[in-house]
Design a protein around this ligand. Structure first.
Ligand code: Z2T
Length: 799
C-alpha cells in the first residue's frame, strides 16, 4: 500500500489520543504499541474486505487448514512488512523519537502451539496469503497459550501464558457467526416417512462456538486470508437447568488451555472434546458460508472447498462432514462418502508411536454418539467391500476400529484422498514401513511435501543486517522469490562479499551476546563459534548427545589447559512438556553443567554453555541469525522433517546433523562439504531393531572417554544432580540407550573436530555459509504451499 510518513504520523498521533487520551510525550510503550497496531489494522481492513468480496464473487475453490495449533509469534512487523510500509513506519516513528523495535517488544507472542507443527501452520498461513492462494486457517482460541518457562535453581518452572490480558488488536470477534457444538446425550434413528432414517437426540450438552478472525495479510499483494479461531461459551438461550456457574466453567474449559505436549498424545477426554469442538464449528461455518454465498448444490461442494487435516487432531472432520452431508443435507451415503474423500486431505507429522492418537471406543461413543455410529458404519462398509478384494489380514491391519480403539491415523487415511509426509525420508518411511499396509491398498494417495519456512519472517524481519548485505550483492528480487538467492553463488570467491557476510554475522552475534549478558549474566566472546541447539526437549532429538560432547571438550581442557581449541559458546533453548520427567532432568543437567563450566577459571573461557529460558518464536528470531552452527542431531528416522534446520541454513549457519528428516535435503541442496554429517543411517537404525543387537553398556565399558563422561553424572563431578544424574546414566546403560546416543558419539566427535578445523579457515567457512544461503530457496514455505495447492487442494492463486 502507499503511505507517506506524514500521513502515518498524523494517523498514529490521532489514534494515540483517541484511544488513550494521551500524546507521544506521555504514552507508555504498551499504549504506543496498541495505537500502532490499531492504525495498521485500519490500513488493511479495506484490503481484507475487498478480498473477501472478490472471493465470494468469483466463488473460487478455497482450502481450509484445520490445525489444533498455530504459532505465529508477534504479528506487528510481519503485517508492516507485508503491507509494504515497514520502512516508512520505522522512519516516521524515528522522527517522532520512537524506536519501532522497542514498541514491537510490547506485543506478546501469540503462542497457541507447541513447536514444529504449530509453527509450520503459521508459516503456511503467511505463505498462502503471500502467494495469493485462497486458503484459511481453522483452530482454537486458547485463553492460555504454551506455558512460559522460568529456570529456577536449574529446574524448569512453568508459568501461565496469559497472552490476552491487554487485548488482541488483530482479532475480530464475529458473534453473528457463532455456531453450536453438541456433545453427549442419546441418539436414535427414526424413519421420516419417506424412507430416510434421521437421528433424534436427547439430553445433549450444547456449547456455543464463537469465531475470532485474524487476517493473514499477503506480502505486497491484495490477498488477505483468514485464520479463524474458536472460543467456547455458554449458549445464551440455554434452558434453565444449564444456566449455572458450573456449566459455564465446564464450557469455557474447552478453549481455556493448549495441551503442552509436543509429539506426544494425551488421551484425556477434554482433549477429545477440543478436537471435536473446532472441527464441528469450522465445518459448520464453511457449510453456512457455502450455502449463503452462492446457493450452490451441496453435492458439488468438493469443487469449492478443500479441508486439510493437520496431523490427526482434526481427524473427526471425516465423520463430522459425513454427518452434516447425510443428516443435515440428506445426501445419500455413497455420494456423501465420495465427496468427503475428495474434500479431505491429511498430513502425518511423526512416526513416534507415543504420538499416535487412539481413542477408546467407549469414550467416543459417550461423548459423540452420532459420530461414533458414523465411524462404525464407515468401518463396516469398508470392511465388507474390501474383504473379498484384499483379504482378511490387510483389512484387519487397516481397520479404523480395532481392539476397542479408534485409530485416528487410519480414519484420516481412509477418509481422504491424500496422505503426505513432511520430508522425503519421512514420506518414504510412511510408504515402506509405518503405513505400508495402507500404501498397498491406496498407493495413489501417498505423497511427499517437504516442509518449508516463511522466509519473510525468518530473514527479512529477523535478520535485517544480512538482508541488507544480500540486497547490496544481488539486488532485492530474493525478497519476492527466495530461489533468487542462487545469484549469490557467483560471489563465492569475492573477498569483499565474504567480508560483508562475516561482518553481518558478527553484528548479529554482538546483539545476541548482549542479550545473553542481560538475561543470563554470562559474558560470551563474539569471536567464538556460536553453536546452537534450539527446539523442544525430547529424548529423540538428543540434546544429551550435544551435552556429552561438551563434557568431552571440557575434560580435554581440564587434562590439558593449553590445548589449542577454537572458543565455543554452546547455546540451548528448549521447553520440556510439564509431565515429561526425563526431559526436565536433561534441562537440570544442562544448567548444572553450564554452571560448572562457566565458573571454572582453569579453562579460561574457552567454552561457555548458555541455556536461554523460555525459547519461543521471538527468541528464535534473535538467536538463529547469530548462529554459526545449528545442531540437528536427532536419531535418523525419528525427526519427521525439522524446520529450524531450514532457518539456520537461511541465516548462514552450517548444519551439524544426522541423515534425518529434511537435513538430508539440506545437505544435498547446499552441496558436498558445506555442512557436517555424522551418525547412523535410518537403514542402520532399522537393522539394529531387526536384530535387537544394540548393547549400550558395552560402549560404556569399552570406551574410556564415554566411561569418564557418563561417570561424571553419578560421581559428583557435575554438582547438584543427585536425582537427575543417575536417571540419565541409567537411561544410557541399564535401559540400553533408546536413541543410540552412545553409538553415535564417536562419529559426532569426529564431525565436531572437522567443524572446528573448518572454522579456523575463515574464508572457507564463510564460503560454505554462502553456499547454504544461496541454495536455501527450495525451503521457502511458498514452494511448499504451492505444491499443496497444485497436487492436493487444487486451488488457484489470485493473479
Ligand atoms: C510436532 O511439532 C511435530 C510432530 C508431531 O506429531 C506433533 C508436534 Cl506438536 C504428532 C513436528 C515434528 O516433530 C517435526 O519433525 C516437523 O518438522 C514438524 O512437526 C512440522 O512438520
Amino acid at each position: 500500500m502507499k503511505l507517506s510518513k506524514k500521513q502515518f504520523k498524523q494517523d498514529f498521533e490521532e489514534r494515540l489520543t483517541s484511544k488513550f487520551a494521551t500524546d507521544i510525550t506521555k504514552a507508555g510503550s504498551q499504549e504506543k504499541y496498541a495505537a500502532l497496531a490499531s492504525v495498521v489494522k485500519h490500513y488493511y481492513t479495506k484490503i481484507w474486505a475487498d478480498d473477501n468480496e472478490y472471493k465470494d464473487e468469483t466463488g473460487k475453490k478455497q482450502a481450509y487448514y484445520f490445525s489444533i495449533e498455530f504459532l505465529p509469534g508477534k504479528m506487528l512487523k510481519s503485517n508492516l512488512l507485508n503491507l509494504g510500509i515497514l520502512n516508512t513506519v520505522r522512519e516516521a516513528l524515528a522522527e517522532l523519537g520512537i524506536n519501532l523495535d522497542e514498541v514491537a517488544e510490547s506485543e506478546p507472542d501469540m503462542a497457541i502451539g507447541n513447536g514444529g507443527l504449530g509453527r509450520l501452520a503459521s508459516c503456511f498461513m503467511d505463505s498462502l496469503a503471500s502467494t495469493g492462494l485462497p486458503a484459511n486457517g481453522n483452530g482454537i482460541r486458547y485463553r492460555y497459550g504454551l506455558f512460559k518457562q522460568k529456570i529456577i535453581d536449574g529446574y524448569q518452572v512453568e508459568l501461565p501464558d496469559s497472552w490476552l490480558n491487554n487485548g488482541n488488536p488483530w482479532e475480530v470477534r464475529r458473534a453473528d457467526k457463532a455456531v453450536e457444538v453438541r456433545f453427549g446425550g442419546e441418539v436414535w434413528l427414526e424413519d421420516d416417512g419417506k424412507g430416510n432414517l434421521l437421528p433424534h437426540y436427547k439430553n445433549q450438552e450444547r456449547v456455543l462456538a464463537v469465531p475470532y478472525d485474524t487476517p493473514m495479510v499477503g506480502f505486497e499483494n491484495t490477498t488477505v486470508n483468514n485464520m479463524c479461531l474458536w472460543r467456547s461459551e455458554v449458549p445464551q438461550d440455554l434452558d434453565p437447568k444449564f444456566q449455572n456457574l458450573e456449566y459455564m466453567r465446564q464450557t469455557s474449559m474447552l478453549s481455556a488451555e493448549l495441551y503442552p505436549d509436543d509429539s506426544n498424545y494425551d488421551g484425556r477426554l477434554l482433549r477429545l472434546k477440543q478436537e471435536y469442538f473446532f472441527v464441528s464449528a469450522g465445518l459448520q461455518r464453511i457449510m453456512r458460508h457455502y450455502k449463503s454465498t452462492h446457493k450452490k448444490d451441496v453435492r458439488n461442494i468438493a469443487d469449492y472447498i478443500a479441508v486439510h487435516i493437520n496431523d490427526t487432531h482434526p481427524a473427526l472432520c471425516v465423520p463430522e462432514f459425513m454427518r452434516i452431508l447425510v443428516d443435515e443435507y440428506g445426501v445419500g451415503w455413497n455420494r456423501a462418502w465420495d465427496t468427503t474423500v475428495k474434500v479431505m486431505s491429511y498430513t502425518n507429522h511423526t512416526i513416534l508411536s507415543e504420538a499416535l492418537e487412539k481413542w477408546p471406543e467407549d469414550m467416543v461413543k459417550h461423548l459423540l454418539p452420532r459420530i461414533y455410529q458414523i465411524i462404525v458404519e464407515i468401518d463396516r462398509r469398508r470392511t465388507a467391500e474390501l474383504l473379498p478384494k484384499i483379504g482378511a489380514t490387510l483389512v484387519h491391519n487397516t481397520r479404523i476400529i480395532r481392539d476397542g480403539q479408534i485409530h485416528m491415523a487410519h480414519l484420516s487415511i481412509i477418509g481422504s484422498h491424500s496422505t503426505n509426509g513432511v520430508a522425503k525420508l519421512h514420506s518414504d518411511l510412511l510408504k515402506d514401513v509405518e503405513l505400508h499396509d495402507f500404501y498397498e491398498i491406496y498407493p495413489e494417495r501417498f505423497n511427499n511435501k517437504t516442509n518449508g519456512i516463511a522466509d519473510r519472517r525468518w530473514i527479512q524481519i529477523s535478520n535485517e543486517r544480512l538482508s541488507g548485505v544480500l540486497d547490496e550483492t544481488i539486488g532485492t528480487s530474493w525478497r519476492h522469490d527466495l530461489n533468487d538467492l542462487v545469484k549469490l553463488e557467483v560471489y563465492k570467491d569475492d573477498e569483499s562479499v565474504l567480508e560483508c557476510l562475516q561482518a553481518a554475522k558478527y553484528d548479529d552475534k554482538l546483539r545476541l551476546a548482549a542479550l545473553i549478558k542481560e538475561r543470563n549474566g554470562i559474558v560470551v566472546n563474539p569471536d567464538a563459534i556460536f553453536d546452537v541447539q534450539v527446539k523442544r526437549l525430547h529424548a529423540y532429538k538428543r540434546q544429551l548427545l550435544n551435552v556429552l560432547h561438551i563434557l568431552k571438550l571440557y575434560f580435554d581442557l581440564k587434562d590439558e589447559p593449553e590445548l589449542d581449541v577454537v572458543p565455543r559458546v554452546f547455546i540451548f533453548g528448549a521447553k520440556a512438556a510439564p509431565g515429561y520427567h526425563y526431559a526436565k532432568s536433561i534441562i537440570k543437567a544442562i544448567n548444572e553443567i553450564a554452571n560448572m563450566i562457566n565458573n571454572d577459571k582453569t579453562i579460561a573461557d574457552k567454552i561457555k554453555v548458555v541455556f536461554m529460558e523460555n525459547y519461543n518464536v521471538s527468541l528464535a528470531e534473535l538467536i538463529i541469525p547469530a548462529a554459526n552452527v545449528g545442531e540437528q542431531i536427532s536419531l535418523a528416522s525419528k525427526e519427521a522433517s525439522g524446520t529450524s534446520n531450514m532457518k539456520f541454513m537461511l541465516n548462514g549457519a552450517l548444519t551439524m546433523g544426522t541423515l534425518d528428516g529434511a537435513n538430508i535435503e539440506i545437505f544435498e541442496a547446499a552441496g558436498e562439504g558445506n555442512n557436517f554429517v555424522f551418525g547412523l543411517t535410518k537403514d542402520e537404525v532399522y537393522e539394529y531393531y531387526r536384530n535387537g543387537n544394540y548393547n549400550a553398556r558395552d560402549i560404556y565399558e569399552q570406551n574410556p572417554i564415554v566411561h569418564r563422561i557418563l561417570d561424571a553424572f553419578i560421581d559428583g563431578t557435575i554438582p547438584n544432580i543427585s536425582m537427575e544424574g543417575p536417571e540419565i546414566f541409567d537411561s544410557l546403560t541399564t535401559y540400553n540407550d533408546e536413541y543410540f546416543v552412545l553409538r553415535d558419539f564417536n562419529d559426532y566427535v569426529r564431525a565436531q573436530k572437522e567443524l572446528e578445523t573448518l572454522y579456523r579457515d575463515k574464508k572457507a567457512w564463510t564460503q560454505a555459509s554462502l553456499m547454504n544461503i544461496a541454495n536455501v530457496g527450495r525451503f521457502s514455505s511458498d514452494r511448499t504451499v504451492k505444491e499443496y495447492a497444485d497436487d492436493i487442494w487444487h486451488i488457484k492463486a489470485k493473479k
